[in-house]
Design a protein around this ligand. Structure first.
Ligand SMILES: Nc1ncnc2c1ncn2[C@@H]1O[C@H](COP(=O)(O)OP(=O)(O)OP(=O)(O)O)[C@@H](O)[C@H]1O
Ligand SMILES: Cc1cn([C@H]2C[C@H](O)[C@@H](COP(=O)(O)O)O2)c(=O)[nH]c1=O
Length: 210
């Protein structure tokens, strides 16, 4: 039975999810809160292997539905092996991306359909949905400029998509917000890191203190 709190971070490329996740993790560790950080696709051995297959820039022939199924498979294993056990132990789980990435990227930007992608993901995740999702909103040009400037960020197959794909990703997230307005908390990610961090903390503390 779930006792912990499941929080996910979403947004287009370079929006600052990983930066803020690390800051939140350090903050809650210092406060003595039991917290687990993880990411998708990945987080555990099998899902990291699936990540390598999906994001390899050489795999240009990958079909959109194959891509969607691989993300869902990685998600399933990650949930069963890492997220659900941590929630059962009462931890706060912070995940860099989850199902909303599939809805925005494969469902909307790839044009497979948000409802189609929702159906295959329902099979993968069952009842497990985040308690809160922080959505970092940033224009794709600005996000791509950030990752191109960054030295320690490898450029993957999805980064190499055209700008119009990344623009559809952002529109896809807006559709996801319309679908789940209670769960998604939108944060303006063009602000400085400290402001983004403070607003993220406030949203999470509201859930932790409930
Ligand atoms: N608020 C911010 N203002 C300016 N630069 C930022 C901000 N947040 C993060 N950055 C920088 O932008 C780059 C991308 O940040 P980060 O890796 O956290 O983004 P991300 O959303 O996890 O990206 P992706 O999902 O594409 O891996 C890094 O170089 C980071 O230092
Ligand atoms: C979970 C998930 C991710 N993606 C995409 C989004 C990014 O382009 C990469 C992951 O790279 P990151 O540096 O870790 O953000 O994968 C996706 O298209 N669908 C998904 O479900």
């Amino acid at each position: 039975m779930k006792k912990g709190i499941f929080i996910t971070m979403e947004g287009p490329e370079g929006a600052g999810k990983t930066t803020i996740l690390e800051m939140l993790y350090e903050h809650y560790i210092e406060k003595g809160i039991k917290i687990v950080k993880t990411r998708e696709p990945g987080g555990i051995r099998i899902s990291e292997k699936i990540r390598e297959i999906i994001l390899n820039p050489d795999h240009t022939e990958m079909d959109g539905r194959t891509e969607a199924l691989l993300y869902a498979a990685a998600r399933r294993q990650h949930l069963v092996e890492k997220v659900i056990p941590a929630l059962e132990e009462g931890a706060v789980v912070l995940s860099d991306r989850f199902i909303d990435s599939s809805l925005a990227y494969q469902g909307y930007a790839r044009g497979i359909g948000i409802e189609e992608i929702w159906k295959i993901n329902e099979f993968a995740i069952g009842e497990v949905m985040p308690d809160l999702t922080l959505y970092f909103d940033l224009d794709p040009e600005a996000g791509l400029a950030r990752i191109n400037k960054s030295n320690n960020r490898e450029i993957n197959r999805l980064d190499l998509e055209q700008l119009d794909f990344h623009q559809r990703v952002q529109e896809g997230y807006y559709k996801v917000i319309d679908k789940f307005p209670e769960r998604l908390h939108k944060i303006e990610a063009s602000q400085g890191v400290e402001d983004v961090f403070e607003q993220s903390l406030r949203a999470i503390d509201a859930i932790l203190n409930r």
